[in-house]
Structure formats: structure tokens, C-alpha cells
Design a protein around this ligand. Structure first.
Ligand SMILES: [Zn+2]
Length: 321
């Protein structure tokens, strides 16, 4: 079997790609270009083809040694047919686009596609924070909350690869509307925008908080990172915001822990950069709300691969039969 596969991460802003040694997880020739998504999917896919050639050149791996391409896609896909069904963050939403087939014509290599959070899950499991255990739940805390499940040494796919949307586990029956169409999902309480919105609300209410000083009164400058900075500096309102987000995440995690007993629960993505500020309330909530599982065997940890996990995982996926 071939050892090198190209991983591509299709994002709303940038497309990243790299050559991945799928035995070691080492990457080389990492390249990135703006997505230019307004030009339409055919143009974006043609650009991906150009990016593939650049990665091959930059990595100095000859094309005949490359087994194929894996693309991590931000949204709902039909894995078997290699088609995108609904990419909410891209213009036109890429409904029923034959991404795998079109890219393989440009790149002259076999192509498989996978949801981007599932790709990150595979990457962390094979080469990062999930190494060595057979059951893992993985969360990406960012603009949305993505996820993935490894169960008994396999990525759990469900129907068409839709399983593992851990951010849409409902944590409050009567909670606010979520982007997915349901309401009360974890994502509606603890995504990056939800955390920023809590910070904006505190400032708008005139509460005495370091958040107001850091954003210099401009609500549009409030980000999860800014709220985190205020929490690090000891601001009690900012700490409360992360405490609340962490508790909601913890409730969702508690349900997953009870359902599948993952050996590790892994958190990556921009919001997870808050580290213990977000992990601590998650761990406390899991401790207090999981009653039927031996929690000594379960670790709640941060991801290790950073933003390369998706590239590595997509390439690894392409290498799987
Ligand atoms: Zn939802």
C-alpha cells in the first residue's frame, strides 16, 4: 500500500493542503490559498487541483508515490457518493456537488471526502491525543461545535457519515434556537459566537467587567479570545461566562460518556485554546452528572495536533479501504 496521501481542508476562508505520511502522521509541503468561494464550486475545485500540484512539488514526493487525496469538508456530505449536500458557510451551499469526482479529474488521483470534524477526530485518534485507545469522543469548539466518535477502533459513521454531530446533542429541552433547526443544542450555548454574545450582553448591561475595557466599549470587538483574556486577568464575569459554557458542554459530554464510555474525550478548536478555563467546568460537570460509569478510566483532554489534525485525518481517511 502507498504511504503518502494528500490531505485537504476546505474552509470558508482558506483551503489548506499537505502531504501526509499516513504511517507516521508526518506532514510536508503544507500550502494554503484563499477559498474565493464566491466564484462558485467549479472554480474552487479547480483551485484545489492547482493546490495538489503545489503540495506535490513542495513536498518533493513524486506523484506516482501518492495513493490519493482526502478532503475534509465543512458540512453535510454523502460519503459513499463523494458528494457535498449542504455546506452552510459557502455561497450556494454546494448542494449535491460531485466534489470527489470533479477533483479527481483535475488532480488525476483518487479522492475521498469526509466531514471536517470527523477528519480531525481521525487525526487526533491516530496521531494525537487519542493515540492508543479504542474509543474516543472528539469535539471541535469553534464557530460551531463539531464532533466525531471512534468506537471500538473504528470511526463511527452512522447513516452517510452523519453520526458524531456532538455539538447538536440537546442539553436544554427549552433552550434557544440552533443553526441546525433544532433548539437547545450544546452549540447554541457554548460555541464561539455564543460565548462572545454573553460577553456583549454583560457589557451592554453596563456590568463592571474587564471585557468592557479590553474591547474599549466596541461590542463588535468582543471575541471568545477576548473574554478568555479577561478571565485570565481575573474578571469574575468573564470567568462565569466560561463556567456556564463549560457546564453546558459538560452536560452533553456526560450523556456521551454514559452512552459509549470513551477512554478519552478530546477538545480542539479555537474555543478550546482557553485550556483549563473551559476544561475545568467540563470535567466538574462530567464528574457530578455521570453516575453509572467508572470515571477513573476516562480522561478529558485537549487536542494535540492543532489545526493540522484535519489534514492528517482526511489523508488517513483516503488511505482506508
Ligand atoms: Zn443544533
Amino acid at each position: 500500500m502507498k504511504n503518502y496521501f494528500i490531505g485537504i481542508d476546505l474552509g470558508g476562508t482558506n483551503i489548506k493542503a499537505a502531504m501526509v505520511n499516513i504511517t507516521t502522521g508526518d506532514i510536508s509541503g503544507t500550502t494554503s490559498i484563499p477559498t474565493h468561494s464566491r466564484e462558485g464550486y467549479d472554480s474552487v475545485i479547480a483551485q484545489m487541483g492547482v493546490l495538489v500540484e503545489r503540495v506535490i512539488t513542495a513536498s518533493k514526493i513524486t506523484k506516482s508515490k501518492v495513493g490519493g487525496i482526502g478532503v475534509g469538508v465543512p458540512g453535510v456530505i454523502d460519503m459513499d457518493k463523494g458528494r457535498t449536500l449542504f455546506l452552510p458557510n459557502l455561497p450556494g451551499q454546494w448542494r449535491n456537488v460531485a466534489l470527489a469526482e470533479k477533483l479527481s479529474i483535475h488532480a488525476k488521483l483518487p479522492v475521498r471526502i469526509i466531514n471536517d470534524a470527523r477528519a480531525m477526530t481521525l487525526g487526533e485518534w491516530q496521531f494525537g491525543a487519542g493515540k492508543g485507545v479504542d474509543t474516543v469522543a472528539c469535539y471541535t469548539l469553534g464557530t460551531g461545535i463539531g464532533g466525531g466518535l471512534i468506537i471500538n477502533g473504528r470511526l463511527h459513521l452512522g447513516i452517510g457519515g452523519a453520526a458524531g454531530e456532538l455539538g447538536h446533542v440537546i442539553v436544554d429541552l427549552y433552550g434557544p434556537k440552533c443553526g441546525c433547526g433544532s433548539n437547545g443544542c450544546m452549540e447554541a450555548f457554548a460555541s464561539g459566537p455564543a460565548i462572545a454574545a454573553m460577553g456583549m450582553k454583560a457589557v451592554a448591561q453596563g456590568l463592571t467587567t474587564r471585557i468592557a475595557e479590553l474591547c474599549e466599549g466596541d461590542l463588535n470587538r468582543i471575541t471568545p479570545e477576548l473574554v478568555c483574556q479577561a478571565a485570565i486577568e481575573g474578571d469574575s464575569i468573564a470567568k462565569d461566562i466560561y463556567e456556564q459554557a463549560g457546564r453546558y458542554i459538560g452536560v452533553g459530554v456526560a450523556s456521551i460518556v454514559t452512552a459509549i464510555n470513551p477512554r478519552r474525550v478530546i477538545f480542539g478548536g479555537g474555543v478550546a485554546a482557553a485550556g483549563e478555563i473551559i476544561l475545568d467546568p467540563i470535567r466538574r460537570t462530567v464528574q457530578s452528572r455521570v453516575c453509572l460509569t467508572d470515571l477513573k478510566s476516562i480522561q478529558v483532554v485537549l487536542a494535540e495536533l492543532g489545526n493540522t489534525a484535519g489534514l492528517v485525518g482526511a489523508a488517513f481517511w483516503a488511505s482506508q479501504k
